[in-house]
Design a protein around this ligand. Structure first.
Ligand SMILES: [Zn+2]
Length: 405
């Protein structure tokens, strides 16, 4: 039946990920459904092919597809190991030995299941998967007793979440040439020696990305589409409620002692609504780059980085390559397509010079006289100062553009 065989040859050499893409596409129902005859069998004939429009994958699609298939392969490998542990039980003559062997062999499987079920439980999932500064603040909230310190911790956590999202939005919008909206007002405040960004400032920026016209109708795979979820009424009300609490707290209008417990519970519920609305942050790993070496001929940056996701900052170094220039000693967010987005100078990442912890600091104040920027740790109360930042802040819109003499 040689006439039943159609051989497809690529017109150019395909790499492994492209071969995977086309193999999956030609096997998909979307492709075969249109050739199903009355006998229920899909018949593909050469003349069917000539008029077909075949999808051409871009780099981002290939990256996402290869991540997903490699995760699926890993799950299947784990499932195979678990099955093997069960079968091995029957290979032993001595029941006690067999039992102990199965328990040993299955231990890793049980640990994997425990780790997996932690991801399903909301509170621990947020603690283990969110970017480090937010995960750490959330852990502190979880561990705190229901007193006034917990109330402050909840509100500080909510502010850090908004600051984190606002900065990510600013960086992503800037990369796509989109407007940065309310950042201009903060730049003007800085220029006059005024205050740094507050809960309100970050909230306004986040709300701009969630609702402003240029951000509606973005392509479905734009990382910025996630902000729309923050405009849902229950989320914007939760943000507004915690902003009110923050303002009152700052003006010493705190809940009285007998109201504290319920005030903490209400604030914490509103924080959880916000955290659940930003769980997509797990798709944008925060990475502190320790070393980077650009190879001009390979056109690749060879990186060593620490992935700051979850509530630990003492994490191993990973190696990687990326096809654009990456600077060392800075924080980056990586999008779902593997592109690195520099978060400096909104954020800087370095070991805190007061406590030694590697963390992310957010721009907090600007002194136009000494031209010094003050950064506040996103996860604790220490600050650092950086000199000679004017040019950098001007370039990203944190200061107004220089006036031409
Ligand atoms: Zn510190």
């Amino acid at each position: 039946m040689t006439d039943a065989l159609v051989v497809l040859r690529p017109v150019r050499e395909l790499d492994q990920r492209e071969r995977l893409f086309y193999r999956r596409y030609f096997n998909s129902e979307a492709f075969t459904a249109r050739f199903v005859g009355s006998d229920g069998i899909a018949w593909l004939r050469p003349w069917n092919l000539s008029g077909l429009r075949i999808p051409r994958p871009d780099k981002a699609t290939l990256h996402a597809l290869s991540e997903l298939t490699s995760a699926a392969r890993q799950f299947s490998l784990w499932s195979h190991e678990a099955e093997h542990a069960v079968h091995s039980y029957f290979k032993w003559d001595n029941v006690a030995v067999a039992r102990s062997h199965m328990i040993d062999a299955g231990r890793l499987t049980r640990q994997r299941r425990e780790a997996g079920s932690l991801i399903d439980a909301r509170d621990s999932r947020l603690r283990t998967t969110l970017p480090f500064p937010l995960a750490t603040r959330w852990r502190a909230v979880q561990a705190a007793p229901y007193d006034h310190s917990a109330y402050t911790l909840v509100l500080e956590c909510a502010e850090a979440v908004l600051a984190y999202c606002a900065v990510l939005g600013l960086v992503l919008a800037r990369a796509d040439g989109l407007p940065l909206g309310p950042l201009r007002q903060q730049a003007n405040r800085f220029a006059k020696g005024g205050s740094g960004p507050t809960f309100g400032t970050w909230g306004t920026i986040v709300s701009y990305f969630a609702t402003a016209k240029p951000f509606r109708g973005l392509p479905a795979d734009s990382p910025l589409v996630h902000f729309a979820g923050l405009a849902r009424p229950e989320v914007s009300e939760a943000i507004a409620a915690n902003k009110r609490r923050r303002d009152h707290n700052a003006h010493r209008r705190r809940p009285s002692p007998h109201e504290t417990r319920s005030a903490v519970e209400d604030a914490k519920n509103d924080l959880l609504i916000l955290l659940e609305a930003v769980e997509w942050l797990v798709d944008f790993p925060l990475r502190h780059i320790e070393r980077s070496r650009w190879d001009t001929f390979e056109k690749l940056s060879h990186l060593s980085f620490r992935e700051l996701m979850g509530d630990h900052n003492v994490v191993p170094l990973h190696d990687g390559t990326v096809d654009h220039i990456i600077e060392a000693d800075s924080p980056y967010a990586v999008d779902q397509f593997g592109r690195y987005h520099l978060l400096r100078p909104f954020f800087v990442s370095l070991p805190c010079d007061k406590c030694g912890q590697l963390t992310v600091f957010v721009i907090d104040a600007w002194d136009p006289t000494t031209e010094t920027a003050t950064y506040l740790a996103l996860d604790h109360a220490h600050t650092i100062e950086l000199a000679n930042q004017r040019g950098t802040l001007e370039q990203v819109g944190l200061l107004p553009p220089p006036t031409v003499p």
